[in-house]
Write a protein that binds this ligand. Structure first.
Ligand SMILES: CC(C)(COP(=O)(O)OP(=O)(O)OC[C@H]1O[C@@H](n2cnc3c(N)ncnc32)[C@H](O)[C@@H]1OP(=O)(O)O)[C@@H](O)C(=O)NCCC(=O)NCCS
Length: 231
């Protein structure tokens, strides 16, 4: 058995790919991770902004790149029915440009998935963030059969809030979240399965290409509670 086949058998999450046209979300192997670390080291936001609760983008380019490596290496083991945190490389025409993450706590009970994401600065503002969120929602609902998707962004993060609204989430309140020692309003968004189903034609227009899911059955099995079907 070749290494990729063995890895897929041992760790099915590694085989997941979601594609629509030139845009792909795929599991982050080490080669891709190094490319993503380099993308992040070139900048993810303006120096006077901070889109993240944990300010991993502060520091020298090398520190930022290392932070991407250590964060992703730590996440790789977190795929289980009780909790999973899986991040996918956002790849445009074969080039990694950012990350789209999914996190689920008490997955087998709640079937709720929270998303988070970033793109290298050079790749922002061209509609990729909107398309990758729609792809993530396809993976969440059509692929993993979730009941609910959530997202959130600091109130001063115009693009992230705009993506959630355009994709059709419902506003779900605002709470203060600590950011670099200051309490900052953070908007929450939610999308039910019913809402996602009602928005499929809008999402098809945003993607302009049909969605292909690969390797999902294995992932469903990997995060299914023992004794439950992976359907
Ligand atoms: C958030 C992010 C993933 C969005 O991706 P993107 O490719 O830049 O987003 P898109 O181009 O698809 O859409 C951006 C939207 O923001 C809008 N926008 C841009 N700047 C804005 C601003 N200052 N205020 C309000 N809206 C703004 C655009 O008009 C667009 O909305 P529209 O499609 O309705 O016109 C990306 O900008 C990013 O990585 N930012 C830095 C990290 C980050 O914020 N991560 C999310 C943490 S919650």
């Amino acid at each position: 058995m070749s290494h990729p086949d063995l890895l897929t058998r041992l760790w099915p999450a590694s085989a997941v790919r979601v594609r629509a046209g030139d845009l792909e979300l795929r599991w982050i192997d080490d080669d891709t991770l190094v490319e993503l670390a380099a993308v992040a080291s070139r900048g993810v936001h303006a120096a006077d902004a901070m889109p993240f609760e944990h300010p991993w983008t502060r520091g020298t380019p090398e520190e930022v790149a290392r932070s991407v490596l250590t964060y992703q290496w730590n996440l790789r083991s977190q795929v289980s029915p009780s909790r999973f945190a899986i991040e996918f490389a956002v790849v445009i025409d074969g080039t990694p440009v950012g990350v789209q993450g999914l996190v689920a706590d008490d997955w087998s009970v709640l079937r709720r998935i929270q998303t988070g994401s970033w793109l290298g600065s050079a790749h922002q503002g061209h509609g990729i963030g909107t398309r990758m969120r729609v792809l993530a929602l396809h993976l969440i609902f059509a692929g993993l059969d979730a009941h609910e998707a959530t997202s959130g962004a600091f109130a001063d993060n115009g693009p992230s809030n705009a993506v959630s609204r355009r994709v059709g989430y419902e506003a779900d309140g605002t709470v203060n979240v600590a950011r670099e020692g200051v309490a900052v309003p953070h908007h929450r968004y939610t999308m039910s399965r019913e809402c996602w189903e009602s928005l499929r034609s809008r999402h098809a227009e945003l993607l302009q290409a049909s969605v292909e899911l690969h390797g999902i059955e294995g992932l469903r099995g990997q995060v299914a509670a023992s004794g439950s079907a992976s359907s």
